[in-house]
Design a protein around this ligand. Sequence first.
Ligand SMILES: [Zn+2]
Length: 53
Amino acid sequence: MVVGWSYIVVCRNCGYISAEKLPEKEAKALMHEHVGDGAHCSTGYVSLMKVRS
Ligand SMILES: [Zn+2]
């Protein structure tokens, strides 16, 4: 059985943490969305955290 991994988005600038565990592709999209939402959070602050789904 394959172990599934999901990702959560974490921002060290504003403390944002995504509520849901997401597939990598969706987590990356959310990460870019967070950077682009005008909260002055740059990509250097936002990272993906790998979690077991
Ligand atoms: Zn942020």
